[in-house]
Ligand binder design. Structure first.
Ligand SMILES: [Zn+2]
Length: 401
């Protein structure tokens, strides 16, 4: 009897995730459509959807039902909320979102140092401030998601190392959970952004895609088979440390010739400074590019080409359906993207290279923090995700190989 109960409970968890994810990708759908698409019985669908409606996770769109047609159901995106935090060296960017990752409120908390204690205090302050701005209590707050540059174990919430923050083995989710009184999930900032793209963004209908971020550093998130790929020790996706120039410029990581040493925003600004142009930061560099400064444009063109070549290597290895580009570097615009696309398609080993779309995500100041909120939203949709069906195999090429 007992094991039967356990089985029933496990089945319900799986059925919930199937229904929520089907609606997230293809909703709104009626109960009958849900049963057809998930291959669950109509009884199972009715049972699970009743639970989900009671928990404010699904909503009936009765106004859209007409003349005897079934009432469509959709995810109740406004029924629960998430806080997303991006930890930087001098400040914390914070947003409150709904389950669609739409921003409802935002704030920034600065700190004098980025010790775990300072970041924890800032996280608690930001959470209170966001809830007050939106006039909400903690009741429907699913939790806090934290994104930072570093190597994070998302299961334990331990920040194993962050070169940029100088952290080693910091139990950051436990600290912030104690300070805020809500559950906390953490991941590398690029992984968090890729998770948000997988759930609600341009990767929603894709099974295999790459997310690349260009900015302070260069990173990538790999979504393979509908899931974020972390690698054996959580270090997958270090696109910025692919070798771009053997024996070349010194990288922040201590090695020579990494892509990041040529294409990150600080390295572009530094190279321009070496050519005798005084700059006060990456924003100045972007302004010079926008003004058409020939030295800045030449450096950006070179960076774009190196990025495109690195993406082609990654795409040749992984065969993604699409590549999504984000990060502060997006503001450099076509001077970066035109050579990036050119090099990507020139080096791509595929019969029709241009069928691999390179999509640029318009970048707002709160995009990193919104990505971190995706770590909370992910919890609502469960981890029994099948991912969209695999692509149909391409037709066999005619003629001798
Ligand atoms: Zn490096």
């Amino acid at each position: 009897m007992r094991s039967q109960k356990v089985d029933q409970r496990a089945a319900r968890v799986i059925h919930r995730a199937m229904i929520l994810n089907e609606l997230r990708r293809h909703g709104p759908l009626s109960r009958t459509q849900l049963a057809q698409r998930t291959q669950l019985s109509t009884a199972a669908v009715s049972f699970v959807t009743a639970d989900l409606i009671a928990e404010a996770l699904l909503v009936e769109q009765s106004q859209q039902a007409s003349r005897g047609r079934a009432v469509p159901l959709d995810v109740n995106y406004a029924g629960h909320f998430a806080v997303g935090l991006k930890v930087m060296e001098t400040r914390l960017e914070a947003v409150l979102t709904d389950l669609s990752l739409r921003t409802l409120a935002g704030t920034t908390v600065e700190y004098a140092d980025h010790t775990p204690q300072s970041v924890t205090a800032a996280a608690a302050r930001a959470t209170d401030d966001l809830l007050a701005q939106a006039g909400l209590g903690r009741g429907r707050l699913g939790g806090v998601g934290l994104g930072l540059a570093g190597n994070i174990d998302p299961r334990s919430g331990l920040c194993m190392s962050s070169f940029r923050l100088g952290w080693r083995n910091v139990p950051i989710t436990a600290l912030i959970s104690e300070a805020t009184g809500v559950p906390v999930w953490a991941d590398n900032d690029v992984n968090a952004f890729a998770t948000a793209e997988r759930l609600m963004g341009r990767g929603k209908h894709a099974r295999d895609f790459l997310v690349v971020t260009v900015g302070r550093g260069i990173g990538s998130g790999l979504v393979l088979g509908g899931e974020l790929y972390r690698g054996g020790r959580g270090g997958a996706g270090e696109l910025g440390h692919l070798l771009s120039e053997p024996g070349g410029r010194l990288c922040e990581c201590g090695k020579r010739g990494c892509l990041e040493a040529y294409a990150s925003e600080p390295s572009l600004a530094q190279r321009l400074a070496e050519s005798g142009v005084g700059l006060h930061g990456p924003a100045d560099f972007a302004a010079l590019v926008a003004d058409g400064d020939p030295r800045a444009l030449a450096l950006v063109a070179e960076a774009g080409e190196r990025l495109g070549r690195a993406l082609a290597q990654a795409a040749n290895l992984l065969d993604p359906e699409l590549i999504i580009v984000g990060g502060e570097g997006v503001r450099l615009g076509e001077p970066l993207f035109a050579p990036m696309r050119g090099a990507l398609y020139a080096h791509l080993h595929a019969p029709e290279p241009r069928r691999l779309p390179l999509l640029v995500e318009p970048w707002g100041d709160d995009a990193w923090a919104c990505g971190a909120a995706g770590l909370v939203v992910e919890q609502f949709f469960g981890d029994h995700e099948q991912g969209p069906p695999a692509r149909a195999a391409p037709p066999a090429l005619a003629g001798p190989m």
